[in-house]
Write a protein that binds this ligand. Structure first.
Ligand SMILES: *Cc1c(COP(=O)(O)O)cnc(C)c1O
Length: 394
């Protein structure tokens, strides 16, 4: 059946769901069940053999989860998607499906703390090696690709320093060599950046963040080609078992409906706060890809619709000054995570990136006085006033 392709805002509300198949229920029903009964023993046999469509057991597939997967595939412009119990379940399932002992992963310089931890584990336990790369120019990337490189793994913007990687440039080199490029698109959501349209092979999300948007779910998603997704679903997802709960899928379908309008407001508020902070006498440095003097501003213009809702900054002073500042905040919550309605602030050196040795951290540009702000949906003036009073009191 040929389905009409709607615009992003419409797909975020409708893709993957036909109410007429569900008694007309406007909202996708929640199939809160662990298992599915078979009409007959023979049909049960056929479902297990893959000869007949139909559900078997929720770890292998669930109708509510399926709707979410189809919606996300549509939004990321991919063929298929797979839902996981967390972003890290998604990252680990993908990396383990693309590598075996003796292989090599080329990784952007600066990744999510637990992704860094997973790379260490793969190296220590399974001898799967990795290198970090700034990925700034073609020649340097080509030199870092080895004969045994089976995966290029990228986060852009890079957490928390907000450097960007030119996805089209890297995908071009990788595609010539037949190496899949995997992109963690958590910081952008498909509303701002669609790596698959730039030649990348796989997209990963921590759906905990912007996809959910309401801070009440831990979840992950993977989007890519049908064959790849099928392969992961039959191996590193099914047998390791990090599948998404139907209720979480239901909440994410609810969150996704407002993704475009939430992202617009996150971005608008962040631009305003950037303007407010950039000339503040107590701010040392500010990292925001929407800053026209940011070295990667041209990449932002090229591959992102807007510079997203995160910015990092350093306060003049030491780690103590940064912590004093955080303790003065009244409206802004001290918490990791991002993409929620509430504005959140965290101290990467002692929180999300504390597992990374100090020396490595500093090489990634994570200074002891660096703070990362996830700008929420409150009135930007109230967020600015909270920052102002806290800066005033240090
Ligand atoms: C949060 C996050 C993850 C991990 O996701 P969880 O849902 O917490 O497991 C991975 N990558 C990025 C960029 C993240 O922000």
């Amino acid at each position: 059946m040929e389905e009409k392709q709607y615009r992003f805002e419409t797909e975020a509300i409708h893709a993957g769901y036909q109410s007429e198949e569900h008694q007309g229920s406007l909202v996708p029903p929640l199939y809160q069940t662990s298992t599915f009964s078979f009409p007959s023993a023979e049909q049960g046999e056929n479902r297990f053999a893959g000869l007949e469509a139909g559900y078997v057991y929720t770890r292998l597939g669930n109708p509510t989860v399926k709707i979410l997967e189809e919606r996300m595939a549509a939004l990321e412009k991919g063929e298929a998607a797979l839902a996981f119990s967390s972003g890290m379940a998604a990252v680990s399932a993908v990396l383990m499906s693309l590598t075996k002992t003796g292989d090599h992963i080329l990784c952007s310089k600066g990744v999510y703390g637990c992704t860094f931890g997973l790379l260490q584990l793969l190296k220590k336990k399974y001898e799967i090696d990795h290198d970090f790369s700034l990925m700034k120019d073609t020649q340097a990337i080509e030199e870092q690709i080895r004969p045994n490189t089976t995966c290029i793994y990228i986060e852009t913007p890079i957490n928390p320093t907000m450097q960007l990687v030119d996805l089209e440039m890297v995908a071009q080199i990788a595609n010539e060599k037949g190496i899949p490029v995997v992109v963690d698109n958590t910081f952008c959501s498909p509303y701002l950046q669609t790596p698959l349209t730039l030649g990348c092979e796989v997209v990963i999300h921590s759906a905990t963040k912007y996809i959910c948007g309401h801070g009440d779910v831990i979840a992950g998603l993977v989007i890519g080609k049908k064959e790849f997704i099928h392969n992961v679903s039959r191996t590193t997802q099914k047998d390791i078992g990090g599948t998404m709960s139907p209720f979480d899928a239901w909440l994410l379908l609810r969150g996704l409906k407002t993704l475009p309008i939430r992202m617009d407001r996150h971005c608008e508020n962040t631009e305003k706060l950037f303007e407010f902070l950039k000339n503040h006498p107590k701010i040392e440095q500010i990292y925001f890809p929407g800053d026209p003097s940011h070295p990667d501003y041209f990449i932002m213009k090229k591959q992102m619709m807007q510079p997203s809702g995160l910015l990092s900054f350093t306060i003049k002073g030491t780690k103590k000054t940064a912590q004093m500042f955080m303790n003065q905040l009244k409206l802004i919550k001290l918490a990791v995570s991002l993409g929620d309605a509430e504005t959140l602030i965290q101290h990467p050196a002692s929180m999300t990136h504390a597992v990374i040795p100090k020396q490595e951290r500093e090489k990634m540009g994570i200074d002891d006085s660096l703070l990362r702000l996830s700008v929420g949906l409150e009135a930007w003036e109230d967020i600015a006033e909270d920052l102002e009073q806290a800066l005033h009191n240090i």
